[in-house]
Design a protein. Structure first.
Length: 248
């Protein structure tokens, strides 16, 4: 097991390697070993050599990087081409494992900070209330309960549910808004009047349906009377109204 090493910026050689990979924005699965090795050695050369406990782990990693670099620079032997293994594979796995634990430590630190913001209050419930247990005489409550009584209670509950349903509104279908344009309806009325010449107002209303149709038809008839297109006659009170179309 290695000695825990913590510098001003990096905690051990793997932390330095991870920093160089993220700094250069390279794929961790395809590390440019030449570039990373050069930057790593530059950093190690600037370290304080007096603390050999610190330097030892960084020098071991430096040697590992140089070995991997030399392996990748040498051409593979013909016999080993089929069984070729990337010299960086073991280093990549170590860096990925270190990265996983590093970010897990960040998550645990955040949870520790959040936990420090939680306040707890000691329970202040009086002992009389805390230790209160209501004695419910189950045997006495169920002593006279029979199957017939349970059925009666069930029927009573179901009847109350039925009584909550409005017998009229519950049968309503979907209500849709009727949209009738007065201008379009006047055109319809004029075509209707041209076709029938003289016709009953009641028959005109019965040809459509809905309150909106009746209102718009009434307004359309008044408008056409104002324009001099229709003549209206009612011989007696409550008699049917006769409408006659007037030629232009």
């Amino acid at each position: 097991m290695g000695i825990p090493v913590k510098l001003e910026v990096f905690e051990g050689p793997l932390d330095l390697l991870l920093h160089l990979i993220e700094k250069n924005k390279v794929d961790i699965y395809d590390i440019p070993i030449v570039l990373i090795t050069e930057q790593y050695l530059d950093y190690v050369s600037q370290m304080d050599a007096r603390d050999m406990d610190v330097m030892s782990e960084f020098l071991v990693m430096a040697a590992t990087l140089v070995r991997i670099k030399s392996k990748m620079l040498l051409p593979p032997e013909e016999e080993d081409e089929e069984e070729y293994e990337d010299p960086r594979q073991e280093l990549i796995e170590r860096i990925l494992e270190y990265k996983m634990y590093k970010y897990a430590s960040f998550e645990l630190k955040d949870r520790q900070i959040d936990a420090g913001k939680v306040m707890f209050k000691e329970p202040t419930i009086p002992d009389e209330i805390l230790n209160f247990h209501e004695d419910v005489p189950i045997d006495e409550l169920l002593s006279d309960v029979t199957l017939a009584k349970l059925r009666g209670i069930f029927n009573s509950v179901m009847k109350k549910q039925v009584d909550k349903i409005d017998p009229i509104r519950s049968k309503f279908g979907e209500i849709e808004k009727e949209e009738i344009s007065l201008e379009d309806h006047i055109i319809f009325l004029e075509e209707y009047a041209k076709e029938h010449r003289t016709f009953s107002f009641r028959m005109l209303l019965e040809s459509g349906r809905g309150k909106t149709y009746v209102i718009v038809t009434f307004l359309g008839i008044l408008e056409m009377m104002k324009m001099g297109r229709l003549s209206i006659v009612q011989e007696n009170i409550f008699d049917d109204i006769r409408i006659t179309y007037l030629e232009e």
